[in-house]
Design a protein around this ligand. Structure first.
Ligand SMILES: O=P(O)(O)O[C@H]1O[C@H](CO)[C@@H](O)[C@H]1O
Ligand code: HPA
Length: 330
């Protein structure tokens, strides 16, 4: 008996009020629809096979570009690109600043694939669709995932234009059951109960800090905790204060589901947030954030982000797949 049958049984036996039952059934269906269990292994495999037959590139590194950071993909050599609409199973990007192209190419001698545009839960995509490309990348042979995003800062030491290396995240939607791993576990990708204590690889974080020194941008860089909220609205002042009190350094509306799925299937992850705005935390502050402002700051700093990511890819040891690799079957 699944949860819906159980609820219907309670209704028949008059154990619960019918409105409560309808609401609960709706929520159960909704949760089920948003989990990767609604996609079969074959659907990921079909996308990976399609890409293998359409490109000779065999990427080892995947990069997800955050809002306004899509120019990173333009630096790849020997490019081949595909519109998301052409790749079986890929959803469409609907957000300004997310072009909706998958770009294959070479960066510093390493084969890469770059998502010029990511998917967000607030666009109405299920979490399985939001994270679909990550599992496709795994099937393509990718070993390392680099995630970038635009984020608002809560930490006093983080200013617009700064780069925060993500040390850890808080997946707020996960607290209310919006986790991409909910549903039957696909053992071929990873274990039922994956650890998340090493989800942002320490060695890559140290390497990025070293590269920051060489690029003379240490003044712009620090490590911190990223929190994902559902969006699409920006935070109220009370929400901002809550996040601040909880120790969040930067907040955005993406990244955590991708990283959870990547860690589950044994990918090594590096993440960075480009700080595009200060989150308003006081009622006296008349500033307010908007997406155009976010994109503007991203574009202004995109060359610096590009340099950091390019050097990181050049210097990373592709064969060290970090501590999360043990559970995978590939
Ligand atoms: O996380 P990325 O995709 O960089 O985008 C961030 O910027 C948008 C808000 O301006 C939101 O989508 C938020 O998540
Ligand atoms: O201030 C923010 N809040 C949430 N998401 C964001 N993405 C960019 N800036 C922000």
């Amino acid at each position: 008996m699944n949860s819906t049958h159980m609820l219907l049984f309670c209704l028949r036996e008059r154990l619960l009020d019918s409105d409560v039952i309808s609401l609960a059934c709706f929520l159960v269906e909704d949760l089920r629809a948003s989990s990767p269990a609604d996609l079969s292994h074959d659907e990921y495999q079909t996308a990976a096979d399609w890409l293998r037959t359409h490109t000779r590139h065999r990427p080892e590194v995947a990069i997800i570009c955050g809002s306004g950071l899509g120019m990173l993909a333009d630096t790849l050599g020997c490019q081949e690109s595909f519109a998301y609409s052409d790749v079986p199973g890929f959803p469409q990007s609907t957000v300004q600043g997310h072009a909706g192209r998958l770009v294959f190419g070479v960066l510093k001698g390493k084969m890469c694939v770059c998502m010029q545009g990511r998917f967000h839960m607030y666009e109405g995509h299920t979490l399985s669709k939001t994270t679909f490309p990550v599992r496709v990348f795994k099937l393509l042979g990718v070993k390392t995932l680099i995630v970038t995003n635009a984020a608002g800062s809560l930490a006093d030491g983080l200013q617009p234009g700064d780069i925060m290396i993500i040390k850890d995240h808080i997946n707020f939607p996960g607290f209310v059951g919006l986790n991409p791993l909910i549903g039957p576990n696909d053992d071929k990708f990873g274990p039922r109960f994956p650890a998340m204590s090493n989800c942002y690889d320490k060695e890559l974080r140290c390497l990025a800090t070293e590269i920051g020194k060489q690029l003379e941008i240490t003044g712009l860089m620090r490590e911190g905790v990223y929190a994902m909220v559902g969006g699409p609205n920006f935070e109220s002042i009370a929400e901002a204060r809550l996040l601040h009190r909880l120790g969040v350094d930067a907040v955005g509306m993406s990244t955590a589901p991708e990283v959870v799925v990547a860690t589950h299937c044994g990918l090594r992850v590096f993440g960075l947030s480009l700080i595009t705005n200060k989150v308003v935390k006081t009622y006296e502050d008349s500033d307010s954030v908007n997406h155009e402002g976010v994109l503007e700051v991203s574009r202004l700093r995109s060359v610096t982000v590009q340099q950091l990511v390019t050097e990181l890819i050049g210097k990373m040891d592709i064969n060290n797949n970090g501590p999360n690799d043990a559970g995978t079957k590939f």
